[in-house]
Design a protein around this ligand. Structure first.
Ligand code: ACM
Length: 535
C-alpha cells in the first residue's frame, strides 16, 4: 500500500514539475525551471544589451517581435557602455568555443535575462527560445518564467522547401515564410524557383525565361487529372533586386537560401521560352497547365553544347546573386524516353561513349557539377543523380524513400533526408482533409517520429546524414493561408526531429506543448487546422 502511495505521489510530483516547465518547441537539450519569485518583468523600460555590434541582428529581431506583437519597444545599447545591468536582456558572445557551434545558454532571473553563445547563430537561437517564453497575449508587464536552458541542435542541416513554380508567392509572403523557419530554428530555405509550370527568377541574359516562361495560360481545375482548365493567365517572378532583398532578410535570420534550378527535366517553362534547347525543336512547347506527370510531356533538355552554355550562363547569374555555397540543380524525374527518341541525343551519347540514357543523365550532372565546383560551390540534387554514377562532390537529397540517401551515405556523400512518405507536407494531414490536397496522407505523428539516420547505416556512415527537410509542393496550395495550413504544425514536428535529442522525443508530450504553440500562433495570426485542438 505504501509503495503504491509513493508511486502515485511521485507520478503526481512529476506531473506538477512538468506542468511548471515552459512549453518549448523544439524541445531544448536541458531545461530547468527557476524559482517562481525569480520571474522577469519585461516592460517599456527594459533594454537589450549587446556585447558587440554584430549582435545587432539578433537584438533588432527581438525588438521587432516585441514591437509587432506586444507593442513594447526596448532600446539596444552596448553591454560595456551601459551602467545599468538590471531590467535588461543581455546578449553576450563568449570567447569559449563549444563543440556545437550553435550552442547557447539562456538564463531568466528577476534582474535580467542573459543569452550567451560563442556564435551569433547561437545567440539568435536563444532569442527564438526567449520568444517562446513570452506570454500568449499582450500583457503589461510581460512576465517571463525563471529558467536555465542549455541547448544545441542535433543536425546541422535543418531545411524547409517551398515550390513557387506551381503557385507563386510574393516577396512579403516569402519573408513571412522565412520568419516561420526562424521561429523553428531552421537554417536552410530550399527555394524551388523553376519548374514546368513557371520560371520565377529574373535572368538578365535570357529575358524570355520570365517574359514567356513566367506565365501560363490556364491551370487545371481540381485534383489531377482534373475537371477542366480555368483558362486564367497565371504567373509572376522575382526580379534580381527582390531576390537580393530576400537573401538579406534571410541572412539577418541566419538562414541560407538554396536556390533550385531544375535540369535536365522539369524544364517546360524554359522550352516555352527557348525551344532550341529541347529534344524536339519542331514542337510547340508551352508552360505546363496540368500538373506534372512523369513521362506524359516532353520537358527534357537536349544535352548539346548550346544547352550547356545556356545553363552555365543561368547558373553564373544565380551564383552571383546567392551567397549560398550550395546550388540545387534538381535532377529528378527525367524520363529517358525523350533522349531515346531523339537522334541528336543518341549521337551525343555515341560521341561521348555513353552506354545508355542513365549514363547520359550522369554525364549531364557531372558536367554541371564541374562548372559549379569551378566557381567554388557544391551541387545538391534529388536522388536520381545517383543514376549512372554520382558526381564526385554532390550532396544527395533523398526523396523517393530513404534508399538513395542510404546509398549516397555509404558512398561517403553528404545526404539530406526528405523521403516523400514522411517529409512532403503538401500531402493531406487528415484522412479527409478540409480542402483540395494531394491524394496522399501524412499525419503529424509520422512526421514527428521520423528518424533521419536510417538503421541500415553504421555509426560512421550515419555521420553523412547532414540533416533533413520538409517539402511543400504547391500544385494544390494556391495562397498564403493554405501554406500556413499545410505547414503548421508539421513544421513544429520537423523542428523537433532535427533539433532535439533523439532520446527526448515523445509524441504525447509534443502534443501537450503544441497546445501552447497554437495559442502563440493565434497571437501571430498563423492559420492552422483547429481540428488539432480536439486531439
Ligand atoms: C520530387 O518530388 N520530384 C523531388
Amino acid at each position: 500500500m505504501k509503495i503504491l502511495y509513493t508511486f502515485i505521489l511521485s507520478l503526481f510530483l512529476c506531473q506538477v514539475s512538468q506542468a511548471q516547465l515552459p512549453n518549448l518547441i523544439p524541445r531544448p537539450v536541458s531545461l530547468k525551471a527557476g524559482a517562481p519569485e525569480n520571474r522577469f518583468s519585461l516592460t517599456g523600460s527594459t533594454s537589450i544589451l549587446i556585447s558587440d555590434t554584430t549582435l545587432n541582428k539578433s537584438s533588432s529581431y527581438l525588438a521587432g517581435f516585441l514591437q509587432k506583437y506586444y507593442n513594447i519597444s526596448p532600446t539596444t545599447v552596448s553591454y560595456s557602455a551601459s551602467e545599468n545591468k538590471t531590467n535588461v536582456i543581455s546578449l553576450i558572445r563568449t570567447a569559449s568555443v563549444s563543440p556545437n557551434k550553435d550552442q547557447y545558454t539562456l538564463s531568466v532571473l528577476k534582474d535580467g535575462i542573459t543569452i550567451s553563445s560563442s556564435t551569433n547563430e547561437g545567440i539568435f537561437y536563444g532569442v527564438q527560445t526567449l520568444i517562446q517564453l513570452l506570454p500568449l497575449s499582450a500583457e503589461n508587464p510581460l512576465s517571463i518564467p525563471a529558467v536555465e536552458i542549455s541547448d544545441y541542435p542535433r543536425f546541422s542541416y535543418r531545411g524547409m522547401h517551398l515550390d513557387v513554380s506551381r503557385h507563386f508567392f510574393d516577396v512579403a509572403f516569402i519573408k513571412q515564410y522565412i520568419d516561420y523557419l526562424a521561429l523553428h530554428k531552421m537554417n536552410y530555405f530550399h527555394w524551388h524557383l523553376t519548374d514546368d509550370h513557371g520560371w520565377r527568377i529574373e535572368i538578365k541574359k535570357y529575358p524570355r525565361l520570365t517574359e514567356v516562361g513566367g506565365w501560363r495560360d490556364g491551370s487545371i481545375i481540381g485534383l489531377y487529372p482534373g475537371t477542366g482548365n480555368d483558362h486564367i493567365r497565371y504567373g509572376g517572378f522575382y526580379t534580381q533586386e527582390q531576390i537580393r532583398e530576400i537573401i538579406k532578410y534571410a541572412q539577418d535570420r541566419y538562414i541560407t537560401i538554396i536556390p533550385e534550378i531544375e535540369m535536365p527535366a522539369h524544364s517546360m517553362a524554359v522550352l516555352a521560352a527557348y525551344p532550341e534547347f529541347g529534344t524536339d525543336p519542331s514542337k510547340k512547347y508551352e508552360v505546363a497547365q496540368t500538373w506534372g506527370i512523369f513521362n506524359k510531356f516532353n520537358n527534357v533538355l537536349q544535352p548539346t553544347e548550346q544547352t550547356f552554355s545556356f545553363l552555365e550562363d543561368v547558373l553564373t547569374e544565380v551564383m552571383q546573386l546567392f551567397p549560398s555555397p550550395y546550388i540545387h540543380i534538381g535532377g529528378d524525374e527525367g524520363s529517358k524516353i525523350w533522349w531515346k527518341q531523339s537522334a541528336l541525343s543518341q549521337q551525343i551519347m555515341k560521341d561521348n561513349k555513353l552506354k545508355d540514357e542513365s549514363a547520359l543523365q550522369s554525364y549531364f550532372i557531372h558536367r554541371i557539377e564541374k562548372f559549379v565546383n569551378s566557381k567554388g560551390k557544391n551541387i545538391i540534387g534529388w536522388d536520381e543523380i545517383l543514376d549512372g554514377g554520382l558526381a564526385p562532390n554532390a550532396i544527395v537529397m533523398s526523396w523517393r524513400g530513404e534508399k538513395g540517401g542510404i546509398a549516397a551515405a555509404k558512398q561517403q556523400h553528404k545526404v539530406i533526408m526528405t523521403p516523400e512518405n514522411m517529409m512532403y507536407f503538401n500531402h493531406s494531414q487528415f484522412l479527409k482533409d478540409d480542402s483540395l490536397t494531394a491524394a496522399k496522407y501524412l499525419p503529424l505523428d509520422i512526421v514527428y517520429n521520423y528518424e533521419p539516420v536510417a538503421k541500415e547505416l553504421s555509426p560512421a556512415e550515419g555521420k553523412y546524414v547532414w540533416g533533413g527537410q520538409g517539402n511543400l509542393w504547391s500544385e494544390y496550395i494556391t495562397n498564403p493561408a493554405k501554406v500556413n495550413y499545410m505547414l503548421f504544425p508539421r513544421l513544429d514536428a520537423l523542428s523537433e526531429v532535427l533539433w532535439s535529442p533523439k532520446e527526448s522525443k515523445n509524441f504525447t508530450d509534443f502534443q501537450r506543448r503544441l497546445k501552447t504553440q497554437f495559442k502563440r500562433y493565434d497571437l501571430m495570426n498563423i492559420n492552422y487546422s483547429k481540428r488539432y485542438l480536439d486531439q
